[in-house]
Design a protein around this ligand. Structure first.
Ligand code: CAA
Length: 258
């Protein structure tokens, strides 16, 4: 499918999806979000894709929801239209891992979109923030909820109440991002990390993603039980036999996703 607001490339079993509205710093308008949801769903269904990288430009991952599009909307428009719900739900349904590779601004809905991915790699120039308070509103796609889980109440409250930005070093220190890399190396590093994930058994990869995500939704006891049951069930796979045999035979495993 042809897209106007995103660019999709598939390279060595990794789908690279670039947000592409440079004139608006990749602000998330309706069309971009619908195209993104469609592209992620297609990547999830494409057998040639084993991992997904979502990125923007060097200047901006995304500067938030499109303020020009939102400015004239009424309560009834956004409530009845359920603004942002459908694309966000579509992203959450993707079962393959999604890495957010963030360079430049990840603000408002941009920061929230990055947090909806499975983990975030930041370029040294990345800036994260929830500045919706400056527009007389608050975050609407997880900026008060996911950010609090990532960085704790104090920092999340600080960012949501003052609208200040967090740089890449602070984001790594606070647990918002998993790694920081030189800005010029962001895409090669993200693609290499995605490539490593693509080499693993996709059965185990899906189980790991599901289990980590479950920790956000349940108690520790239930989460541990869920993890243990998934762990037990992986002993029914050929990849478990192969992975453990390869270790013992001191060779690389040949996973077949079975
Ligand atoms: N929506 C629409 N257009 C945007 C935009 C946004 N969120 N962010 C930037 N743009 C546009 C600007 O209007 C400008 O377009 P024009 O040249 O046509 O005027 C273009 O992108 C370049 O932006 P700037 O000239 O402002 O660039 P800058 O380098 O001076 O500043 C910036 C960069 C600090 C990111 C600044 O653009 C900015 O503060 N943007 C808004 C950030 C924001 O408030 N995000 C939250 C949005 S609300 C939200 O996301 C709700 C939610 O939780 C779902």
């Amino acid at each position: 499918m042809a897209y106007d607001c995103i660019i999709v490339e598939i390279e060595d079993e990794v789908a690279l999806i670039r947000l592409n509205r440079p004139e608006a710093l990749n602000a998330l308008n309706k069309q971009l979000l619908e195209e993104l949801a469609q592209a992620l769903t297609e990547a999830d269904q494409n057998d040639k894709v084993r991992c997904i990288v979502l990125t923007g430009s060097e200047k901006a991952f995304a500067a938030g929801a499109d303020i020009k599009e939102m400015a004239e909307k009424s309560f009834v428009d956004v409530f009845v239209g359920d603004l942002f719900t459908a694309p966000t739900e579509a992203i959450l349904r993707v079962r393959k891992p999604i890495i957010a590779a963030v360079s430049g601004y990840a603000l408002g809905g941009g920061c929230e979109l990055a947090m909806t991915c499975d983990f975030i790699i930041a370029a040294e120039n990345a800036k994260f923030g929830q500045p919706e308070i400056n527009l007389g509103v608050i975050a609407g796609i997880g900026g008060t909820q996911r950010l609090t889980r990532f960085v704790g109440k104090s920092k999340a409250m600080d960012m949501n109440l003052t609208g200040r930005f967090m740089d890449a070093a602070e984001a790594e220190r606070s647990g918002l991002v998993s790694r920081v890399v030189p800005t010029a190396k962001l895409i090669p590093e993200a693609m290499a990390i995605a490539g490593k994930i693509a080499e693993k058994s996709q059965v185990a990869v899906r189980a790991a993603k599901e289990a980590v995500n479950r920790s956000y939704e349940t108690t520790l006891r239930e989460g541990l039980l869920y993890e243990r049951r998934l762990f037990h069930s992986l002993f029914a796979t050929e990849d478990q036999t192969e992975g453990m045999a390869a270790f013992l035979e001191k060779r690389e495993p040949q996973f077949r996703d079975k």
